[in-house]
Design a protein around this ligand. Structure first.
Ligand code: SAH
Length: 240
């Protein structure tokens, strides 16, 4: 009798969790996440100067399965418009911030992009749908390796990752059309400016506890200009 009861409980459990696992359930959640991002873009337009994200950016956000990039126990929160802890005191960024930074990069399909701070690999996956090639560096080996395996498993073939200090960029693949930094240094790393192509763009949070999200553009003559977009809070860029 006890065993039958247990079996019934297990069956009920299976039925109850099944919809949460299904692709259709996540597709609905993802559409809602894109709606939330779109609404936040409208509400923050006076600060960011961007009221609406490009449809290609929103399509990429609607396509990438964020639930595959968060820890299993956080899967039910995967499509909430907020950051989540991914272990090692690091976070996967808030979806709105991922969309905003992607928008600010203004990617072309032929671009080669460098990302500093692979983390979960989610931002890299979003970038990979809009660029030709993504190179992403992570300083914490366990995170970088997990992200690499996950990106491969999910078929993001144009993302290459490595473990290392992104402050130094990735000279072997430089120069880049675009650079995105998803951890905050207190100054713009000079190597990253060097590794940016003329007319290239870098999106980077710079500061201490809170930071300014900057868009730096390298002019054809090598000089740079930067524009402050919005205050943000990223984990600090650490060094080896
Ligand atoms: N882009 C990530 C979010 C990353 S959080 C995502 O989509 O999930 C920032 C990441 O930057 C952390 O994983 C942190 O370990 C990493 N990081 C911090 N300093 C770094 C450095 N000097 N070089 C490379 N990665 C760094």
């Amino acid at each position: 009798m006890k065993r039958l009861f247990l079996l019934m409980l297990l069956l009920v459990g299976a039925v109850a969790t099944e919809p949460v696992q299904s692709g259709e359930y996540f597709a609905t959640e993802r559409r809602q996440m894109v709606k939330d991002i779109t609404e936040m873009a409208t509400n923050t337009a006076s600060v960011t100067g961007i009221g609406k994200f490009a449809s290609l950016v929103l399509e990429a956000m609607e396509e990438v399965p964020r639930h595959e990039f968060v820890p299993r126990e956080k899967i039910s929160a995967a499509y909430k418009n907020r950051p989540l802890r991914i272990g090692h005191r690091q976070t996967i960024s808030q979806p709105f911030i991922v969309a905003l930074m992607t928008e600010l990069l203004n990617l072309k399909g032929t671009d080669r992009v460098l990302e500093v701070g692979t983390g979960s690999g989610y931002q890299a996956a979003v970038l990979s749908l809009l660029a030709a090639q993504v190179y992403s560096i992570e300083i914490i080996p366990e995170l970088g390796e997990a992200a690499q395996n996950n990106l491969r498993r999910l078929g993001y073939a144009n993302v290459q990752t490595k473990i290392g200090d992104g402050y130094l960029g990735w000279p072997a693949h430089a120069p880049f059309d675009c650079i995105i930094v998803t951890a905050a240094p207190d100054h713009i790393p000079p190597a990253l400016i060097d590794q940016l192509k003329p007319n290239g763009r870098m999106v980077i949070p710079v500061g201490g506890f809170t930071q300014d999200l900057l868009v730096l553009t390298k002019r054809a003559d090598g000089t740079t200009i930067s524009e402050t977009i919005v205050p943000v809070r990223f984990v600090p860029l650490t060094r080896d």
